[in-house]
Design a protein around this ligand. Sequence first.
Ligand code: NOJ
Ligand code: NOJ
Length: 468
Amino acid sequence: MLRQQGTPLKSILCTFVFSLFISLMGIKGWASSSFYSSTSSSSVKNDKSVTILRTSYQTIFSHLHRTDITPGAVIASPSTNQPNYFYHWVRDAGLTMMELVSLYQLPLPPEKRSLIESYIQAWINFEIQNQNTALKTSNLGEPIFTVTGEIYPYPWGRPQNDGPAIRAITMTLFAFELIKQNRLTEAKRLYRSELPAVSPIKKDLEFTSLHWQEPSFDLWEEVKGDHFFTKMAQRTALLLGAKLAQTLNDHAASSFYLNKAKELEPSLQKHLNSARNIIVPTRNPIGGWKGKDSELDSATILALLYFSLGDGFFDLQDSFALQTAAALEITFSQIYSINLQTKIPDHTLSPGIGRYPEDVYNGSGFSEGNPWFITTNAFAEYYCRLANQNPRGPYAIQFRAKAQGFLNRVLVHSNTQGQMYEQFNRYDGYMQGADNLTWSYVSYLRAYRSCQSTAQYQKLISQIMTTL
Ligand code: NOJ
Ligand code: NOJ
C-alpha cells in the first residue's frame, strides 16, 4: 500500500478506507443491507438471494418468450457477439427444462402451471424437429442448433453424446408427470415401442444404447474421449427409460435398456482413481485439447448432482465424491486471487469455483480461465444436498455453512439486478463472458431449491410466480 506522509490518524484512516475499498473491490452490486438471507417473507423484498431468484425465473422465461426464435428453442445467452451464444445447445436446453419440470411439479396457480407446461411442450416439439434434422445428415449427438432449428453450420467439437441422454432424461421425467395426470396418450407421444424409433425418447435411448461406447466431446466441448459426465447422463437416461418402457408395457425394451445401463457401469467405475481417491473426468482421450493434467474437473460434481439416482452407484456422499469436491475447492481457492478474500462484513465467502484448473477460456477468447456461476452454484447445491441427506448428522451444520459461503460468493459477484453472466474474473470478480447465461440461472435455482426447506421454497416460489 502507498502511504502518504501525514498524521498517524490520517494514516489509520487511510488504511481503513483502503481496506474498505479492497473489501468492496469486485463486489459489483453488493449492498450490505440487502444481503441477508431471508427467514420471513417481510425480508423478502430486500434480500439479494431473492432478487437473484426472481431474476433467474424472469430471465429464463424471457429467453423462452421471444419473437425472434422458434418456440421451444432455448438460447444459451442473448449474447450474439464475443461470444455468440445465441444458439440452442441440446445440453443447456435439456438441463433448463429439467428444472422447469421440477417447477411444474409444485403446487402453483393453474395459469402458471399451464404457462410452464407450454414451455416444456414447445421445447419437446422443437427437439423432435431437431432430432429429425440431425438424423438427415448427421446423428443425435449434434450439440448445437440455430434458434430456428438448423444444425450449427460451423466446425465444432461434435458429437457431444451427453445431449441426447439429457434430453431423454428430461422428457422421461415429464412423461412420468403426464402418466401421473392420467394423460397416457400424450405420454405415448413421447415414448412408443415402435422400431425404428418414431418417438423422441425412444430415439435418444436407442442412440444411447447403441453408441455409448463411442468417444464424444465433453460438456466443455474440448476433449474427445470417454467422459464421466456423459456416461453418467447415459446411464441415468437408460435406467429411467427402462422404467418408463416398463410402465408403458414395452417390456422387451425395458430389459434391453436396463442391460445396456449395466453394461456401461464398469466403464464408469474406471473413472475412480483409487490412489488419489478422486473421480477423473476423462479416460482414453483421442482428440481435442491436451494438457488437463490435474484430472480435476467440476464436471464430475455436476454429473453427480444432475444424474446420480441415489441408488448406491456414485452417490453424492461417497468418499471419492467428497474428496473430488474438496480437491477442487482447494485448487481453485489457490489459483484465483479473488478467493483470497474469504469474508465480507458478517459473511463468509467460499471460493469461486471454475471448470478445471488448466482452463484458459475467458468467455470470449483465450487467456486465463475464471470461476463460473454454474460451478460455484453447483458447489452450494452439493453441500446443501449432503446436509439434507443427513440433517442431524455430524457434518450437517458445516456443510450448510460451506454451501451458504458458495451462495454468498455468487451474491457478491452478480450485479444489483441479480444478473449472472457465465464467469466472474479471477482477479477483480467482475462478470464476464456470455451475459445472462441461461444455465447460470438454472444452476442458481437448483442450489436455492436444495438449500431451502421445501415449505419456505414453495412459499417463495408462489410469491414470485404471481408477480411474473
Ligand atoms: C466455446 C466452448 O463452449 C467453451 O467451452 C470452450 O472452452 C471454448 N469454445 C473453446 O473450445
Ligand atoms: C460453453 C460451455 O463450456 C458449454 O458447456 C455450454 O454448453 C456452452 N458454453 C453454452 O452455454
